[in-house]
Design a protein around this ligand. Structure first.
Ligand code: ADP
Ligand code: TRP
Length: 331
């Protein structure tokens, strides 16, 4: 069976982008693949969270994974920092990752812009840690959103470089994966770019948002005065809302409003109301489970401990082999 790895940074609540780009695929993949899904708390340190927030954020992602339907009986669910073998592999891969290529990564350049006072080495080597996450289980499929494509390309580079250097074919090449034809980019509600945790409250719809909150966010989302001539191209904020509708609504609903837009008869109020209701339908079953699961500390502890054992089993096997390949020998 093919091996799958993916993770989400523990930086807060999950939103629709995380769900459609990643988690929805996790739930489907667990039935067909050997899956490892983790909570990337090492990665969250690149933005220096308060120690008081760290555990709460890890718990949040764990709860939301389970609420979304990831089944610990089918997939291995674990916390990244429970598997120190990942940090060891990260160290080895760092020896063959070069400053130039790391500096050219778009995510690094974005961070230099967004947190100029905290351009730490962890940010620079973020893609190396991500490669270690994937290669530690020798995974070949990685369910992620479109924004992670470049990171996957870097993971392949590091895997191939290791193989070349040590004359081995130990690491397979991992590829980004989504069940839809293309990788997904879920747009935000604020008219520009993707939905993201760090883009401000008005941008993202969270899986835990109450229906009223979703309605408010969608109704307030950026739009314009409406189309002025037939079949005109949609400006970005409107295109984004249509893209969101394509993701959460039925094809009939999408086509209905698309035709109305093209005929200049669309009423944004109705359009947004429908979009909000379909987002509520998509998230309601998850939201209802979030509160219930969050209360069950015993279950969460059980899941995390069981996952850590299974993940370490696989990871320590890899590390043993890697040490041998590199040439470490004990006396
Ligand atoms: P964020 O960007 O909100 O901080 P992460 O970077 O932790 O979220 O992303 C975790 C996963 O969710 C990744 O696989 C990423 O590709 C996916 N993801 C995040 N935002 C989006 C989005 N707007 N569209 C599609 N996938 C997304
Ligand atoms: N970099 C990913 C993100 O920001 C999270 C991540 C870390 C990840 N390690 C991974 C995703 C390994 C897939 C596989 O979204």
């Amino acid at each position: 069976m093919e091996t799958v790895v993916s993770g989400i940074r523990s930086t807060g609540k999950l939103h629709l982008g995380n769900f459609y780009g990643a988690v929805k695929n996790f739930v489907q993949m667990q039935n067909e693949y050997n899956c490892y899904f983790f909570i990337a708390d090492y990665h969250s340190l690149t933005t220096h969270p308060n120690p008081e927030d760290l555990h709460g954020h890890v718990k949040q992602v764990l709860v939301e994974y389970l609420a979304a339907g990831i089944d610990p009986e089918k997939a291995t669910i674990y916390v990244q920092s429970d598997v120190p073998e990942i940090a060891e592999l990260y160290l080895y891969l760092n020896m063959n990752a070069y400053l130039g290529e790391l500096e050219r990564s778009t995510s690094f350049k974005d961070k230099v812009r967004s947190q100029p006072d905290n351009v730490n080495a962890g940010l620079l080597t973020y893609p190396v840690l991500m490669a270690a996450d994937i290669l530690i289980h020798r995974a070949i499929k990685v369910p992620v959103g479109k924004d992670q494509e470049q990171h996957l390309e870097m993971s392949r580079t590091f895997a191939n470089r290791f193989n070349r250097l040590y004359h081995t074919d130990y690491f397979p090449e991992p590829f980004a994966f989504n069940f839809t034809k293309n990788l997904i980019k879920v747009p935000g509600l604020d008219g520009k770019g993707k939905m993201g945790k760090s883009e401000g409250e008005a941008n993202a719809v969270y899986l835990s948002d109450e229906p009223e909150v979703i309605r408010k966010k969608v109704m307030r989302s950026l739009s314009d005065g409406g189309p002025t001539h037939e079949n005109q191209q949609k400006p970005e904020p409107i295109q984004n809302l249509f893209d969101l509708m394509k993701i959460v609504s039925s094809a009939d609903t999408y086509n209905h409003f698309d035709t109305q837009y093209n005929q200049c008869s669309i009423r944004y109020g109705d359009f947004k109301k429908q979009l909000a209701e379909d987002m509520i339908i998509a998230t309601a079953p998850i939201r209802e489970k979030i509160n219930e699961i969050a209360k069950d500390e015993t279950y969460l502890r059980q899941v995390a401990r069981f996952g850590a054992i299974k993940a370490r089993e696989s990871a320590s096997k890899t590390i043993l082999e890697v040490r041998k390949i590199i040439g470490f020998k004990s006396f």
